[in-house]
Write a protein of this length. Structure first.
Length: 98
C-alpha cells in the first residue's frame, strides 16, 4: 500500500477531487493548510500599501491506495492540478506497512 500526499492550489481542489473519483480512488482526506516553498510567499498591495504574505493557502489531499494503483493516481493528480506556474505544489509517496 502507498500513502499519497499532494499539496495543491486551492482553486484546483474540485477538479482534482472529481478526477480522483473517476480514477477509482475510494477515499480521500482533504485539509486546508498554509505554507510556502522556494518563493517564500508573495508581495501584495492593498489600498496603496504593500505587504508580504509569507504563508499561502494550500490544500493537502491524502489517500492510501494499493501499490499497483499508485502511479495512476499520482498521474491523475498531476494532470489535473498542474498549471505550470510556481506554487503548483508537491506530491509525497510513502509505504504503508499496516
Amino acid at each position: 500500500m502507498k500513502k499519497i500526499e499532494a499539496i495543491i492550489r486551492p482553486e484546483k481542489l474540485e477538479e482534482v477531487r472529481r478526477a480522483l473519483e473517476k480514477a477509482g480512488c475510494a477515499g480521500v482526506m482533504i485539509t486546508e493548510i498554509e505554507g510556502h516553498g522556494k518563493q517564500k510567499g508573495v508581495v501584495q498591495q492593498w489600498r496603496g500599501e504593500k505587504y508580504r504574505v509569507e504563508l499561502l493557502p494550500k490544500i493537502k489531499i491524502e489517500t492510501v491506495v494499493p501499490d499497483r494503483e499508485a502511479e495512476h493516481i499520482v498521474k491523475t493528480i498531476i494532470d489535473n492540478a498542474k498549471t505550470g506556474e510556481i506554487g503548483d505544489g508537491k506530491i509525497f509517496i510513502s509505504d504503508i506497512e499496516n
